[in-house]
Design a protein around this ligand. Structure first.
Ligand code: ADP
Ligand code: MG
Length: 691
């Protein structure tokens, strides 16, 4: 309100619709682009493919052309070197009253050539009185994004431009520096005052990029500093349960029960985890490995290490189906070993539940396999030492945090994910976790062949499916179901199921979707897993973790509606046995350019990391699967995790340096940093809740 141009009404509008309450808010409301207005063109220089340009001259006369809805006001404009038509399709009276003939204007807009008139024309140009030009209109002009609501109430980019312009001119002080001067000097950064001014009104493209860099680095730096400080504090305060022993359980299993040799990568990550567990610190590790890379087995081996040290262990899966599958896998692997594995899900009720809970509290259960049900408050362990969270992105932060309270000394935590996360994103989202990567698939796997099919060429598709089934293989057919209640999606699935029943009367077909009762779903999945049915028609309930090695074909219907990460997950359901496997992406004909690219990436590569990088570029980290629940309030103002990977790395290095130089946070040279960090922390989430 204290800014010329802002009255009480506008102040309210800016505050409510754009979050601009203070001068500081306005200063940090950065434009999303600039238009180069440093140059004025002559009309005879114009050519057909120019972006926005500026011309300087006069309107000689106005004329109304066309009829009805095509009626328009045309101003014949000249700069003494040629003629251009300025065109307005509405507001003719206002235009005529405002832009007077014979007065000199700077005209700004995109020139389009019309062969009919032999002249260029500019529709709805921006007009400035040539005698009252401000610095901004002659330099790089800022363009601010304006929310629709504010725009409807008359706020335009131009409005904000005028306000920032006035603000900078009437501001006597400087924008306070938020980094210590020695750090600014050391990294040759632009000062904050200059950077903020430059963001709005850069003197050159070069200055703009230096300003952007400075602000991005600062933003990412404080995030990294926060993460590293949190990790350092945790290591100081929280001690881990020491697990020095490699005992009989691990050894017996390794030598007598393991049905195959571990891959080099599996061996390596197990060593990394064991090193954590015997260090006396609490393990907090993220295990990344592509679908089918054998994470479950790694989890089991690490759990056996825990058991060897007298501890109880637990593994949480995101769905009942998956939990049951883990139970079965573990029991099969372990055979007659003296390890008690129990299941706890929402389905385990009554007497069975009571028995499991009692055995758990008495310390008789070695491995508890379950879903969210295991973190309920009434589930008590005697001595919980290790928690494995499978397919982490289905678990919210709050749920993970509850695990910490399940034991006096917080248990070791292993988070496993098959959604590969690009390095720079992982550094930010899971920056406090140590990372292990399985970068190798078990031997003998043939790369999955992925092909794109249009949905009106089903004949060859059905043919291929039949051939595979005749070879004894099984086929998944997956439909998108964006929300389980969407009628149309359900109809697609039902229709698809009916069609398949007609096309393949000689085969048995299972059907699974999220609206079925858990028990029904399980039974159908079981029928498919046991080989009783040859085709499984399903929604994405099968996305996570299901293991049917005999299935060799994954048909994804309406593939255009799935994101890359999801497509890759689904594809990972096949290719688990030694047979050649196929993934068929079925789409409609008219696809957007972006969808075409997505499909192309899928057909070109099986590499989950490559796909994750591409996904990050397409969608931006905010939408990336799993990040919504990550618990980091990710409102980056200037930096972009998809594009600024290099700056993330530099921010990380800088933060590392600071933590190492002032581990106890009492060096006056660093006081500003710690103060700023604590100020920033007040309006972001509590990092200590992230496991
Ligand atoms: P994911 O990493 O997707 O969870 P799984 O743990 O389900 O993968 O493993 C996929 C399949 O590979 C399972 O059938 C598992 O038994 C098998 N497997 C795991 N490790 C090996 C190995 N070292 N050699 C051969 N097969 C393995
Ligand atoms: Mg798995």
């Amino acid at each position: 309100m204290y800014l010329p141009g802002v009255g009480p009404k506008r102040a309210k509008l800016l505050g409510e619709e754009m979050g601009l309450h203070t001068f500081g808010d306005l200063l940090e409301y950065f434009p999303f682009k600039h238009l180069d207005r440093t140059r004025i063109y002559y009309i005879h220089e114009l050519s057909g493919d120019m972006p926005f340009v500026q011309l300087k001259g006069r309107i000689l006369s106005y004329e109304v052309e066309g009829k009805g809805r095509k009626q328009r006001l045309v101003g014949h404009f000249t700069d003494g070197h040629g003629f251009v038509d300025l065109v307005w399709f509405n507001g003719a009276k206002w235009v005529r009253d405002t832009y007077r003939e014979e007065k000199e204007y700077i005209v700004f807009g995109k020139p389009v050539y019309f062969s009919g008139t032999g002249r260029f024309s500019i529709s709805h140009p921006e007009m400035d009185d040539a005698s009252t030009l401000t610095l901004s209109t002659m330099g790089m002009q800022p363009y601010y994004s304006i929310p629709v609501k504010a725009s409807k109430k008359g706020i335009s980019s131009r409005t904000i431009e005028k306000l920032t312009n006035v603000l900078f001119r009437q501001m006597s002080g400087r924008v306070p520096e938020t980094l210590p001067q020695w750090l600014v000097d050391k990294y040759m950064l632009m000062g904050r005052d200059e950077a903020v001014r430059t963001m709005h009104y850069p003197q050159s493209a070069d200055a703009l990029s230096r300003a952007t860099y400075r602000l991005k680095l600062e933003e990412l730096f404080y995030i990294q500093l926060n993460i590293l400080k949190f990790t350092a504090d945790r290591q100081k305060e929280v001690h881990g349960i020491p697990c020095p022993r490699v005992g009989t359980h691990f050894m017996d299993f390794y030598h007598n029960h393991l049905p195959f040799t571990l891959t080099g990568a599996q061996q390596r990550v197990i060593k990394e985890m064991h090193a954590d567990m015997k260090s006396g610190r609490q393990m907090n590790r993220l295990l990344q490995g592509d679908v089918g890379s054998g994470k479950t087995l790694v989890a089991l081996l690490v759990m056996l290490l825990g058991i060897d040290n007298g501890l109880q262990t637990c593994i949480m899966a995101p769905t009942e189906i998956l939990a049951e599958q883990h139970l079965e896998t573990f029991r099969n692997f372990l055979g007659d070993m003296p390890v008690r594995v129990e299941l706890l899900t929402g389905m385990v009720r009554g007497k069975r539940r009571k028995a499991v809970l009692e055995a758990l509290a008495a310390g008789e259960v070695d491995v508890l396999v379950g879903t969210h049900a295991v973190i309920e408050d009434n589930v008590e362990f005697k001595n919980l030492g290790l928690v494995v969270i499978d397919e982490q992105h289905r678990f919210g932060v709050a749920q993970r945090a509850r695990l910490w309270r399940k034991n006096v000394v917080p248990p070791h935590v292993l988070v496993m994910t098959a959604t590969p996360i690009p390095r720079t994103l992982a550094m930010t989202l899971y920056g406090d976790l140590d990372v292990s990567v399985i970068n190798e698939l078990p031997p003998g796997r043939k790369p999955i062949v992925t092909v794109h099919h249009y949905d009106d060429h089903r004949f060859t598709l059905y043919d291929g499916m039949r051939q595979q089934i005749m070879l004894g293989r099984q086929v998944y057919v997956v439909y998108p179901l964006i929300t389980e209640s969407e009628k149309l999606d359900m109809k697609n699935l039902e229709d698809g199921y009916d069609t398949l029943c007609q096309v393949f009367p000689d085969f048995k077909i299972s059907k699974v979707h999220g609206r079925m009762k858990a028990a029904e779903k399980d039974a159908e999945m079981q029928r498919f897993a046991s080989g009783e049915t040859q085709i499984l028609v399903a929604t994405t309930v099968i996305e996570v973790g299901v293991n049917v090695p005999n299935a060799s074909v994954m048909v994804i219907e309406n593939a255009e509606r799935f994101g890359l990460a999801q497509l890759h997950q689904l594809r990972g359901r096949v290719g688990r046995g030694a047979d050649q496997s196929y993934c068929i992406l079925v789409t409609k004909h008219d696809l957007s350019a972006e969808t075409k690219k997505r499909i192309a990436i899928m057909t070109e590569t099986n590499d989950g990391f490559e796909i994750a990088e591409a996904d990050l570029k397409f969608r931006g980290p905010g939408d990336l699967e799993g990040t919504q629940q990550s618990g980091t309030a990710f409102e980056l103002r200037v930096a972009n995790l998809a594009r600024d990977g290099q700056i993330v790395q530099q921010a990380r290095d800088m933060a590392r340096e600071v933590i190492d130089a002032d581990p106890n946070q009492n060096n006056p040279d660093y006081a500003l940093l710690w103060q700023r960090l604590s100020d920033l922390g007040k309006d972001t989430q509590d990092w200590s809740s992230i496991s």
